[in-house]
Design a protein around this ligand. Structure first.
Ligand SMILES: Nc1nc2c(ncn2[C@@H]2O[C@H](COP(=O)(O)OP(=O)(O)O)[C@@H](O)[C@H]2O)c(=O)[nH]1
Ligand SMILES: [Mg+2]
Length: 317
């Protein structure tokens, strides 16, 4: 395993792919992998790319890869597709010119969500960390912005790009899905189609109504025709540079790390309790005593919390 980590750090793509598979399968080796990587976490800027299905995220990611490579920067891509476990490499591959995928400066990994939001986030974050340790300049994380579970992975993004396209009710949908909250910048894609101008105006109008934060930039792109992508990237680089310059990034990453640790431990506890017959027995017993008017619900809860401190999960490390 250490050997695998060393090979990955030396630039061996197959070693990286193997490590990612171990992480995806929640192999017992995973803690050792990350222990070995402790001193070399990577230096990538993580760009989350989200938006409704069909907005052109994958196509745009392809274009961004081309632009970044043209500038000599290396790229890792994590494409999280909750709907199709079969899309695999085709998710990006069918829209990218082959030289991009043969390029050693590009590493693309697709993953399916398996319908478990918490699990999705856990794996994807480990995979992003592995890509980072591989030594990329950029990590692009494509995820469908339809639900909380999918958006959770954006917790790990340094900068988030929301991709929208002209179509009925897109602004409203985006609002409902919480995309306005997560976006550091917005791309109105399919600028070659009718309605792109009014969507851009609509977004800017909506942003102006908000007083709690500065309006995020909105750029028009046509990923298909490769227009506006350079300008979009300029904006992404501007955000990256600003955050790196004022030291926000370190504090932001530490806060994210704390949130992630808490979530991981919460999930771990929930899993352990769900599988613990003693705990289930205790719950049922206390529920019965509340029903029998022997104790009240708050007393039962206090007892559960007291016992929680004594469970195996709390003392094991
Ligand atoms: N007209 C037009 N179509 C686009 C553009 N970008 C992507 N598409 C098309 O929109 C469809 C969905 O694109 P895709 O990148 O898979 O969207 P995703 O689901 O957001 O990843 C595909 O048929 C693309 O060829 C664009 O700028 N203009
Ligand atoms: Mg896609």
């Amino acid at each position: 395993m250490e050997n695998l980590v060393e090979r990955m750090q030396a630039g061996d793509r197959r070693a990286l792919a193997r490590l990612m598979t171990l992480a995806e399968n929640e192999s017992p080796e995973v803690p050792r992998i990350f222990a070995a990587l402790r001193r070399a976490p990577g230096r990538a800027h993580r760009l989350g790319v989200t938006g409704p299905p069909g907005a052109g995220k994958s196509t745009l990611v392809g274009r961004l890869i081309e632009a970044l490579r043209a500038a000599g920067e290396t790229v890792g891509v994590l494409a999280v597709d909750p709907s199709s476990p079969l899309s695999g490499g085709a998710l990006l591959g069918d829209r990218l010119r082959m030289p991009v995928l043969d390029d050693p400066g590009v590493f693309v990994r697709s993953m399916a969500s398996r319908g478990t939001p918490g699990g999705l986030a856990r794996h994807s974050l480990d995979l992003a960390d592995l890509l980072d340790a591989f030594g990329r300049d950029w990590i692009l994380i494509e995820t469908v912005g339809t639900g909380q579970g999918e958006l959770e992975i954006l917790n790990e993004a340094d900068t988030t790009l929301v991709v929208l396209h002209p179509g009925t009710g897109d602004t409203v949908q985006a609002l409902k899905a919480g995309l306005f909250e997560v976006g550091d910048l917005f791309a109105v894609n399919k600028a070659d189609q009718i309605g792109a101008d009014s969507l851009k105006a609509e977004l800017e109008w909506a942003f102006r109504l908000r007083e709690d934060r500065a309006a995020p930039p909105v750029r028009m792109t046509s990923a298909r025709e490769n227009r506006g992508v350079g300008e979009l990237l300029v904006e992404v680089r501007r955000i990256r540079a600003a955050r790196e310059a004022d030291g926000q990034l370190g504090a932001q990453r530490q806060a994210r790390l704390a949130r992630r640790l808490r979530r991981e431990v919460e999930l771990e506890f929930a899993d352990r309790l769900a599988g613990d017959p003693d705990w289930t027995g205790l719950l049922e017993n206390l529920a019965r005593r509340v029903m029998d008017l022997e104790i009240d619900r708050y007393a039962a809860r206090a007892e559960l919390i007291r016992r929680l401190g004594k469970t195996k999960g709390a003392t094991e490390a």
